[in-house]
Design a protein around this ligand. Structure first.
Ligand code: ADP
Ligand code: MG
Ligand code: MG
Length: 256
């Protein structure tokens, strides 16, 4: 069993285009995610949800000013980005990066090598990758294309979930994995996430604006995220309330 524990996390982000003072974005985030649990974070635009995912993954732009993040008691914030991935933390980004000149096959095998500590045997790997692509209805010809280059929004998201299936992290952070997906793609991507959760008993932190994906990926816990903090936590019924009434009750309280 694995536990990711976030305690009173404060994060600043520096705007690279100006000399302005860094902005204080995360203002004391508390969250605990354990293997086999599905957590959904819902919050308005600009509330700091992506900042939270980048801070956990170790993006250099995001400066931790106080608080802790631990994985089974190990200090995640002291780890390099690679060490975090090897420790079992995975981030599917809201805006996946394009890597021209690197094929999907090579990229995935390198990522698997980095995470597993040794290169998967080529013959096994080809089979494993083919099965994982088949699970997600991804055309095998995708393996020869440059990473995310010219991919549609939906194809990028499928690729992220493909990585999830192959890298088998302990804790997966999925930042708006539902954005830009049509209903069929949403179902396929959600099934991929559920398959990972079932097979690997992974812990999931699913960041989303919409309750639609939660009909496919049933969360055990729902957290409302406003103004850089978790302001309320509950069960799936909290998502239903957000669907009915929006964030107003929470934004008003957070502004006080
Ligand atoms: P969310 O994912 O909830 O929409 P973000 O974490 O993306 O929110 O952003 C939170 C706030 O931090 C926003 O006001 C955004 O403009 C600001 N911010 C995030 N990243 C950067 C950055 N790299 N440079 C400047 N401002 C940023
Ligand atoms: Mg957003
Ligand atoms: Mg975001």
């Amino acid at each position: 069993m694995t536990t990711l524990e976030i305690r009173d996390l404060h994060v600043d982000v520096a705007d690279s285009d100006s000399d302005a003072e860094p902005i204080h974005i995360l203002k004391g985030v508390d969250l605990t995610i354990t293997s086999g649990e599905k957590h959904a974070i819902m919050g308005p635009n600009g509330s700091g949800k992506s900042t939270l995912s980048y801070a956990i993954a170790g993006h250099p732009k995001y400066k931790i000013t106080s608080g802790t993040v631990t994985l089974d008691g190990e200090d995640v914030l002291a780890m390099s980005v690679d060490e975090r991935a090897r420790a079992g933390i995975f981030l599917a980004m809201q805006y996946p990066v394009e890597v021209p000149g690197i094929s999907m096959s090579n990229f995935l095998r390198s990522a698997a090598t980095a995470v597993r500590g040794e290169a998967p045997k080529l013959r096994h790997w080809v089979k494993e990758a083919r099965e994982a692509m088949n699970d997600l209805d991804i055309d095998p010809a995708f393996g020869d294309r440059s990473v995310n280059e010219g991919f549609s929004g939906g194809e990028k998201k499928r690729h992220e979930v493909l990585q999830l299936g192959l890298l088998k992290p302990k804790i997966a952070i999925l930042d708006e994995t539902d954005s830009g997906l049509d209903v069929d793609a949403l179902r396929i991507v959600s099934e991929g996430v559920n398959r990972y959760a079932d097979r690997e008993n992974g812990g999931i932190l699913l960041i989303t604006h919409y309750t639609r994906i939660l009909q496919y990926i049933k969360p055990d816990f729902v957290h409302v995220f406003v103004n850089g903090r978790v302001v309320e936590s509950g069960g799936p019924e909290l998502a239903d309330e957000l669907e009915r009434s929006g964030y107003e009750r929470f934004t008003a309280a957070a502004a006080k």
